[in-house]
Design a protein around this ligand. Structure first.
Ligand code: IMP
Ligand code: MG
Length: 175
């Protein structure tokens, strides 16, 4: 396994500042939006994104089962941990690490829409548009990438590499 860096700490920081500015604009003069991070991969991105934003926010996390220890999508994600606060009439923002097939994000959106938020915005640090299998609404994307497997900055391969401050392609010997 070798790591091929694709986005440096500085590049990520610059892009997050842009995403934060867009969100600030969207939620200025509104009650604080409720940020819902998707564990585990989204935890680093959420913590940097909320600190780059100027508007006040509230924060929550949900957990979704989908990949387990495998590097392939299982196709039937389930919400393992639900948001703890009332979402009715709130501006809700889902923060994902990466959208591949779109199945996870679609499941999350459907589960949250039942609670009648005022708005539901989806933000993802990374997206693999060529791998999308379902039509899912993503409002903001940090970086679009190809179908390669990426680790670092919260993203893992069998729980490793989440602590890298940058993003890298994980090259397996056969790829
Ligand atoms: P989807 O349901 O296929 O969109 O899968 C989304 C989830 O798969 C993400 O939240 C990640 O947990 C995982 N995933 C997909 N691609 C990658 C990758 O390149 N690196 C790390 N995790 C990934
Ligand atoms: Mg995820």
């Amino acid at each position: 396994m070798t790591l091929q860096p694709i986005y440096s700490e500085t590049t990520i920081k610059t892009r997050i500042a842009e995403l934060a500015a867009t969100l600030d604009e969207r939620f200025s003069n509104r009650p604080p939006p409720h940020i819902i991070g998707v564990l585990k991969g989204g935890f680093v991105f959420v913590s940097d994104l909320i600190r780059a934003m100027s508007v006040p926010v509230t924060v929550d996390f949900i957990r979704v089962s989908s990949y387990g220890a495998h590097m392939q999508s299982s196709g039937s994600p389930q919400l393992l941990e639900l948001p703890t606060v009332e979402l009715k009439n709130r501006d809700v923002v889902i923060v994902e690490d990466i959208v591949e097939t779109g199945l996870t994000l679609r499941t999350i959106r459907a589960s949250l829409l039942i609670r009648k938020p005022r708005s539901l915005t989806s933000v993802t640090l990374l997206a693999k548009p060529s791998q999308h299998q379902v039509d899912v609404s993503i409002d903001l994307v940090g970086f679009n990438i190809d179908k390669e497997y990426v680790v670092g900055y919260g993203l893992d391969a069998n729980e490793r590499y989440r602590d890298l401050p940058y993003l890298a392609i994980l090259e397996t010997p056969q790829s």
